[in-house]
Ligand binder design. Structure first.
Ligand code: B12
Length: 303
């Protein structure tokens, strides 16, 4: 255990050394070693390798030990490694929900929010990532044109302008006709978690893994507002549309799915609390993967 921790520290030190020298390949070998030999998850690599390295490199710049160009070049290598790991994630066919990740207006620290966005993607979310420093009105307009379940806002700097603009952004988002939930995080909130409530957010979390957990909880709460009837309605309409596209009668679909015609009729009318077994049979009859028939909240709120 003690040895593992020493080893981890050594890897972080080596990784910092390589990225500061611009040695992408050796830095990549460390990442691969963590994933393959040490069996680390992507989240482990983000939190136990990239995060401490990023903090140390930033601190070196803040302490005048390296120049800003050295810091930028090193940070870019880490962002490239993250992009490479992100490429390996197979996006979910039926996303858990849709999230928007952004920073507070005026905030430029962008590695933390990128980590949060990537781990959400790995957790099966559809994610719109805006990077850093998007004006608050632009974020709100973006939300007006999309169905987003959760907005995650990252903030690092204590600057009072940033905090007040962030509170304004949160308030404008809450005033949207179908407001998404809002999670805030980053160094600012880690140091002062009560601030999350003060700016009007629905929650906060200490790190990117905590962010994923809180994101799931908030969206589950929001989903709780959607009734079973609404789910069944959307599912019924989807099955009806598929049947009509195929040119089948209800009886033909019933035969193919080995179900009763009256059952199919009730399903299409959103009146049947359909079992998962029946959904499987219907998907099979259409030669479609079962995910095609799983309804997510986006479609319900769009109705
Ligand atoms: C790296 C760094 C930089 C880099 C940024 C590189 C980049 N592209 O991001 C550089 C060197 C460029 C930089 C610049 C500056 N920095 Co700086 N920087 C840091 C440092 C050392 C680490 C930040 C970091 O990247 N951490 C690693 C990431 C992965 O962690 P994280 O951001 O905390 O994110 C994690 C969690 O918080 C969470 N999370 C993040 N976002 C979200 C969102 C949600 C919704 C949730 C739930 C969770 C979550 O998940 C992440 C992973 O677990 C911190 C000090 C520190 N020790 O934190 C100072 C620090 C943030 N910087 C600071 C300052 C002041 C600046 C400058 C303004 C300095 C200046 N005088 O110019 C400039 C800004 C430049 C500009 N043009 O705006 C101050 C902020 C002080 C304050 N509280 O106001 C700090 C705290 C240093 C200090 N002690 O004074 N900085």
């Amino acid at each position: 255990m003690q040895e593992d921790r020493v080893q981890e520290r050594d890897y972080v030190a080596d990784y910092i050394d390589y990225v500061l020298k611009g040695d992408y390949t050796r830095a990549e070998k460390i990442v691969e070693n963590m994933l393959q030999r040490m069996r680390w998850t992507m989240a482990d690599v983000y939190l136990k390798l990239f995060s401490p390295a990023q903090v140390r490199i930033g601190e070196m710049w803040h302490a005048d030990e390296i120049g800003i160009a050295d810091e930028h070049a090193a940070t870019q290598i880490t962002l490239n490694h993250m992009a490479r790991l992100r490429q390996d994630i197979k996006p979910s066919v039926t996303p858990r929900a849709r999230a928007l990740v952004t920073t507070a207006e005026g905030e430029t620290h962008n590695v933390g929010p990128r980590m949060v966005a990537d781990l959400l993607i790995a957790d099966g979310w559809a994610v719109d990532y805006l990077g850093s420093n998007t004006p608050r009105q632009a974020v709100v307009s973006f939300l007006e044109n999309r169905v987003i379940d959760l907005v995650l806002i990252s903030a690092t700097m204590k600057n009072s302008d940033i905090v007040s603009r962030l509170a304004e952004m949160v308030s404008a988002i809450h005033n949207l006709p179908t407001p998404p939930k809002i999670l805030v995080g980053g160094t600012l909130f880690r140091e002062n978690p009560e601030l999350a409530q003060e700016v009007g957010a629905d929650g906060t979390a200490l790190d990117a893994v905590g962010a994923i957990h809180s994101a799931r909880v908030l969206v589950a709460e929001k989903m709780g507002n959607v009734s079973l009837d609404q789910y069944l309605q959307v599912l019924g309409q989807r099955i009806l549309a598929l049947r009509q596209d195929t040119g089948w009668t209800q009886q033909q679909l019933a035969n193919e799915a080995e179900l009763d015609r009256t059952y199919i009729s009730a399903v299409e009318n959103g009146k049947q609390n359909v079992t998962f077994g029946a959904i499987l049979k219907i998907a099979k009859a259409f030669h479609l993967p079962v995910e095609t028939l799983i309804v997510n909240e986006d479609e319900i709120t769009r109705m």
